[in-house]
Design a protein around this ligand. Structure first.
Ligand SMILES: C[S@@+](CC[C@H](N)C(=O)[O-])C[C@H]1O[C@@H](n2cnc3c(N)ncnc32)[C@H](O)[C@@H]1O
Length: 308
């Protein structure tokens, strides 16, 4: 059983076609590419220090050619032998900030909301998590997950291509819920956190990672259009704004990291994501400001539990 009977039932829709009934003109191409990826044998997998696999029985040029067709790779990197899928984000940097909180994931059932291509879900397994359910509505991210999951060997990760509010989950509760890089994309961030709380076991933990605005914005910065070139950024809460919502929803703050400015080592254009990246997000003559003139993105983690 994967997490619960309810989750098993929800996953059954994706057992024949991993895209379920979703419509996208790229789906047939992705299915063909996935079919042509070889199954690795006798591989050594490292999910502790990286997401890497060693298996020298396969033609790496062929694998590279296939993976390049899943462009753009936003999260990673993933390593297959000497091939590095060097994504736009060096996601290991965020993962190290999470690990600085010292949270034990061993044996836990995890919900990773807005998981992207599943990079962090693999790292969660590397920390001993039992099973990870990813919710990710972007089908391109799902296609990348399916490719990596096929190469590494199907592990205890499943991805459902739905938004949190449309997931269909009604009864299942998780030990740990991650929402990283999502809060500022929500039209209703309070509702987002409320649903996370509903899906949490009584002694469970919610991990929020988000951009925080300086206190001069009081509770939240509300961009008039884009923020750091990103569309769909509705509210960038300040630390005070985040804590006020947590409090209102009965979520206790257990731990937090300091906030860290994103830099060109963490986000940059690569061969695997050759489009606009960090350099397009900030003012060329003043990197303390976004291209729109807002304070540059600074990110932090919060660890929350249900207040007693
Ligand atoms: C900025 S990315 C963050 C990805 C990853 N969690 C990380 O921290 O790098 C936000 C992701 O959340 C997904 N997303 C946005 N709103 C969502 C929602 N309401 N439910 C589930 N996923 C959502 C988007 O498709 C996108 O892949």
């Amino acid at each position: 059983m994967f997490i619960s009977q309810e989750i098993d039932d929800l996953l059954s829709v994706y057992s024949i076609n991993p895209f379920g009934d979703k419509k996208d003109k790229r789906i047939n191409l992705w299915l063909d590419l996935l079919d042509s990826l070889p199954l690795l044998q006798s591989s050594a997998i490292d999910l502790v220090n990286e997401v890497g696999v060693d298996d020298h029985s396969q033609d790496i040029d062929q694998i590279e050619g296939i993976l390049l067709q899943f462009l753009p790779w936003r999260k990673g990197p993933f390593r297959i032998n000497q091939l590095l899928v060097d994504s736009e984000w060096n996601s290991d940097m965020k993962w190290k900030r999470f690990q600085s909180l010292g949270i034990d994931l061993a044996g836990k059932s995890i919900l990773d909301v807005g998981s992207g291509n599943g990079y962090y879900a693999f790292r969660m397994l590397g920390m001993g998590a039992n099973q990870v359910l990813c919710l990710e509505p972007n089908l391109m991210h799902l296609s990348q997950f399916l490719a990596i999951n096929k190469l590494i060997g199907p592990l205890q990760i499943k991805m459902i291509p739905e938004r949190l509010e449309d997931s269909g989950i009604k009864e299942t509760k998780f030990d740990c819920i991650f929402s990283m890089g999502l809060l500022y994309h929500q039209r209703n961030p309070k509702e987002h956190l409320k649903i996370l709380k509903e899906f949490l076991k009584p002694n469970g933990q919610i991990i929020i990672e988000t951009i925080v605005a300086p206190e001069e914005y009081d509770f939240a910065l509300e961009p008039s259009d884009r923020y750091a070139s990103m569309p769909n950024v509705h509210f960038v809460h300040s630390d005070k704004g985040c804590k006020a919502i947590f409090d209102e929803l009965g979520l206790s703050l257990v731990m937090e990291t300091e906030s860290i400015l994103t830099n060109h080592l963490e986000q940059r254009k690569t061969r695997w994501m050759p489009f606009k990246s960090f350099e397009a997000a900030l003012k060329p003559d003043d990197p303390s400001l976004t291209i729109e003139g807002y304070p540059a993105p600074s990110r932090k983690f919060y660890l929350l539990e249900i207040s007693s």
